[in-house]
Design a protein around this ligand. Structure first.
Ligand code: NAP
Length: 305
């Protein structure tokens, strides 16, 4: 069995981990003209990779989102497998809880007050004023919902098909989108980027959130129409945003998000790919496929995720 590794990262630790978990495999870094492999582990591979690697039996994406990978021409019968959690869920939950609590408990305000030596107490928080709506109740959205629930916030969720989660007001489909938005004050985006979800968060949808809404976007930049979000922040209709993902990454130096007083920018770090968890998961899936056993995380290309 031959495995090809193709990602813009130092390959040495990845190859070492793959060889440790699949000692029978020949693992190589891909280069033009490389021998044809049976399996591939990739992040943002060039089209040439798929043009040359015609013997692949499955390709493993080193992330949960496959929007970039699906831009490539890939033969239709080749299974594409994305990461299921692999250590990202807990990071996403931490990130959302941090942003949510920083906003609702006024930590940014206290940091500013401390600069001036000001001792001022805000009113006591009523959590029922801050229902948290989670767009996407998949592998990561579900873990975020559980973490947020732990802090006593009301939680709503929205998915494509019907989902049931204890204590979460689960809504689904276009027909229930307006109800979801109207019930949400803190909006957390965890949708995959697909033709159906691109530009979903525009003036029309964001305006339907409760007044003083707050956006936490940890999915993809192209879900949000930036000019619309900025206009709603500037008008005071929305209270703020914590953004981890952007249309162009790195975020351009001149982008207004950097300097906006109510926007917090982080450099696409909400859920980092964790080497050991990732390799362990992919090695287990390769072993399962070789025994014709079912695996989780197969991408449905028609659905786009
Ligand atoms: P997932 O398990 O595939 O879950 C996706 C969820 O979105 C599902 O609940 C799905 O509904 C819902 N959905 C998809 N299309 C929809 C639509 N048109 N309308 C309503 N709901 C829709 O994905 P995941 O593993 O949780 O990952 C989610 C995304 O997080 C990834 O695609 C990636 O873009 C992003 N991500 C970001 C980072 C970061 O560092 N910022 C790290 C990892 C992942 P159903 O339940 O009905 O299928």
């Amino acid at each position: 069995m031959r495995i090809s590794f193709c990602a813009q990262t130092d390959p040495a630790p990845w190859l070492a981990a793959l060889r440790q978990h699949l000692p029978q495999a020949q693992v190589d870094v891909w280069h033009s003209g490389a021998a044809r492999a049976d399996y591939a582990m990739v992040w943002a591979p060039p089209q040439q990779f798929f043009d040359e690697q015609t013997a692949l039996r499955a390709v493993f994406n080193m992330g949960a989102g496959v929007d970039a990978l699906l831009q490539r021409q890939i033969r239709p019968e080749l299974p594409i497998v994305r990461l299921n959690d692999a250590g990202m869920g807990v990071q996403m939950a931490e990130y959302v809880c941090h942003a949510l609590i920083r906003h609702t408990r006024d930590f940014a305000l206290f940091e500013a007050q401390a600069q001036q030596g000001l001792w001022q107490e805000p009113p006591v928080l009523d959590r029922t004023d801050f229902p948290v709506g989670i767009l996407g109740l998949g592998v990561l959205g579900e873990q975020v919902a559980r973490a947020v629930q732990h802090f006593g916030f009301p939680v709503l969720g929205w998915s494509r098909t019907e989902r049931r989660l204890d204590g979460v007001r689960c809504l689904h489909g276009q027909a229930q989108f307006a109800e979801f938005l109207a019930g949400t004050r803190v909006l957390v985006n965890l949708l995959p980027l697909t033709p159906q979800t691109e530009n979903l968060l525009d003036r029309a949808t964001l305006s339907q959130l409760r007044p003083g809404a707050y956006l936490i976007n940890i999915a993809r930049g192209r879900h949000v129409v930036d000019e619309d979000l900025l206009a709603l922040l500037d008008s005071g209709q929305m209270a703020g945003a914590t953004l981890d993902v952007f249309r162009t990454e790195p975020l351009l130096a001149e982008h207004p998000y950097w300097r906006h007083p109510r926007v917090t920018v982080t450099p696409h770090i909400a859920g980092r790919t964790v080497l050991q968890d990732t390799v362990l998961q992919i090695a287990a899936k390769i072993s399962a496929l070789r025994k014709s056993e079912p695996i989780e995380g197969l991408v449905d290309r028609a659905r786009g995720y």
